[in-house]
Design a protein around this ligand. Structure first.
Ligand code: NAD
Length: 519
């Protein structure tokens, strides 16, 4: 009997511990949401499943939240905003908390990277490194927190002392997509917390686990309850409830253009501040004076890294006619060697597509390209190979003979599908590059210093890379021209997107002047 009692004691405590940690053990890992520093089920008590793209099998259950959960989370964030545990901290103390979170993230980077792979199927080689790099955002904005200074104004009125203060906006909602959940959240979270706001996050319904796990690290770092909250579920059910909530001051959104436009419209009814990081159809331009080996690698990294599931994918490869055939041959030869397979294996180069709908969408675009007359030089369908198992794999695909007016050149595929478009000279390259509704990023490959300086001026995109591609840093502003978005993330100015400026006027006059006229 003693032995049985001891076993029961351990089983009960094991389950209690797991519940406290944010999930309960069932056949599938079952997560809870994080609101006001506590782990809890959604109000509906319902769940949806999260899938591992490499096997196509469910591995986790995620709470399906609705308007009531959104209301609870915003309420918690609003309360936390007023409490001295958060609002009473000075900027240096906030910065210290951020840096501590950076340390904790660095220690847990491997675990976070594996979780990301489990949900989005991207390579562990990339996600592990990316998760380690997240800590830099918390160090950078932690350092910046106490360097945001108001100023005393050289005001033009007599007997007046006027100065500015930079204050937090309030409750900030962050809505993220599935391709790089933690990176795209961190780009919003670090400046928002450094500025003294409180936060409610709604990660993608396809990749919620890593954000929930991050909540544990935020708590461990010592952020007060309610400063960071996570609700999970579908955009129209819980995302929209957050976007329209009257107590939310700011919405930071990364995702597709259609959802972004809807979020913008919904947030406008209560005049919320909004930033949008949306889609792209980025040109990667190969001039005939480039270093061809490097440019081939640049073209590959632009479209096949992350299985092409990146907003900055260099999905339109503009190749100067003088080197077109030679370049394309080299490119196809290189792309053919890409090793597909298990994203957890460190030597895999192309992993599966993250979601089943995305997998179907990519295959659909391959048909569209063929119907519109593009010539398929490589791939062009589902990848079926033993190393791909039952996963959602598509072949690295290259279409040549693409005209910029074709749908494959105008619409975001978000997959490993490259369109090659020939061009004659600089003017034509620039014209084609700018002839899309997007303007997120672009690449230029040239050995000519004049081109390296002049062409970036003419390209309408928020980022231009010259002789490199897909580089990102917490230091460099990132965001879209045209329909690729609104606002900028990263860099010093990003913190201002989470603050508002107040002008304070103090009269030093001994006598109040005529009250009937404006001073
Ligand atoms: P998506 O628009 O389907 O979803 C993004 C997020 O928005 C999810 O959390 C979703 O639940 C939520 N959402 C959807 N409808 C909503 C609504 N009506 N109200 C509130 N929230 C809503 O995008 P996705 O498929 O997850 O991601 C792929 C897209 O994201 C691509 O277009 C890609 O280019 C874009 N993206 C952009 C950047 C960037 O920085 N510019 C980075 C990564 C991805």
């Amino acid at each position: 009997l003693r032995v049985i009692c001891i076993r029961i004691f351990f089983i009960v405590h094991f389950y209690k511990f797991r519940c406290l940690e944010g999930y309960v053990m069932t056949e599938l890992k079952t997560f809870q949401i994080f609101v006001d520093g506590k782990w809890q089920n959604s109000k509906s008590g319902e769940f949806f499943e999260s899938f591992y793209p490499f096997t196509g099998k469910a591995w986790a259950r995620i709470p399906r939240c609705n308007e009531s959960d959104a209301d609870l989370a915003v309420g918690a964030a609003l309360n936390a905003l007023e409490k001295p545990e958060w609002s009473g901290l000075n900027a240096s103390q906030r910065g210290h908390l951020l840096r501590r979170l950076g340390d904790i993230i660095e220690k847990n980077a491997e675990m976070l990277g594996q979780l990301e792979v489990q949900d989005n199927g991207k390579l562990i080689a990339e996600m592990g490194m990316q998760c380690k790099y997240l800590s830099q955002w918390f160090y950078y904005y932690g350092g910046l927190a106490d360097k945001i200074e108001g100023s005393v104004l050289p005001i033009d009125k007599p007997d007046t002392f006027t100065y500015t203060r930079h204050e937090p906006l309030g409750v900030c909602v962050m809505i993220t997509p599935w391709n790089s959940p933690l990176l795209l959240l961190t780009m919003k979270l670090a400046p928002a917390l450094a500025a003294g706001n409180t936060v409610v996050v709604k990660p993608s319904e396809f990749t919620s686990a890593s954000t929930l796990e991050l909540a544990k690290l935020v708590k461990e770092a010592g952020f007060p309850d309610g400063v960071f909250n996570v609700v999970t579920g579908y955009g129209p059910e819980v995302g929209e409830a957050l976007v329209t909530h009257p107590n939310v001051a700011r919405v930071a959104f990364t995702g597709g253009p259609a959802s972004g436009a809807r979020v913008y419209e919904k947030a406008a009814s209560s005049l919320k501040k909004v930033s949008l990081e949306l889609g792209g159809k980025s040109p990667n331009i190969i001039f005939d004076d480039c270093n061809m080996e490097n440019a081939v690698k640049g073209a590959i990294s632009g479209i096949f890294a992350a299985t092409g599931q990146t907003c900055i994918a260099g999905s339109r490869l503009l190749v100067q006619k003088t080197i077109h055939n030679e370049f394309v041959d080299k490119l196809v030869e290189f792309a053919r060697t890409a090793k597909m397979g298990d994203p957890m294996s460190p030597d895999t180069q192309v992993g599966p597509v993250t979601t089943l709908p995305q997998f179907q969408k990519i295959l659909g675009y391959m048909d569209v390209a063929r119907e519109d007359g593009a010539e398929c030089l490589l791939g062009g369908g589902r990848a079926i190979a033993p190393e791909c198992g039952d996963g959602w794999f598509v072949e690295p695909t290259i279409f040549a003979g693409v005209h910029n007016k074709m749908r494959i050149a105008q619409e975001e595929v978000f997959g490993p599908v490259l369109s090659i478009i020939p061009f004659e000279d600089e003017d034509e390259a620039v014209e084609i590059a700018n002839d899309v509704i997007y303007g997120l990023a672009s690449g230029i490959w040239t050995g000519n210093i004049r081109r390296a300086i002049e062409i970036p001026k003419r390209i309408k995109s928020g980022t231009v890379w010259v002789n490199t591609y897909r580089a990102l840093s917490y230091i460099a502003p990132f965001g879209g021209y045209k329909q690729s978005g609104l606002g900028r993330e990263n860099g010093q100015k990003a913190i201002e997107e989470y603050m508002q400026t107040k002008a304070v006027w103090i009269s030093t006059a001994t006598e109040t002047p005529n009250p009937f006229i404006m001073r």
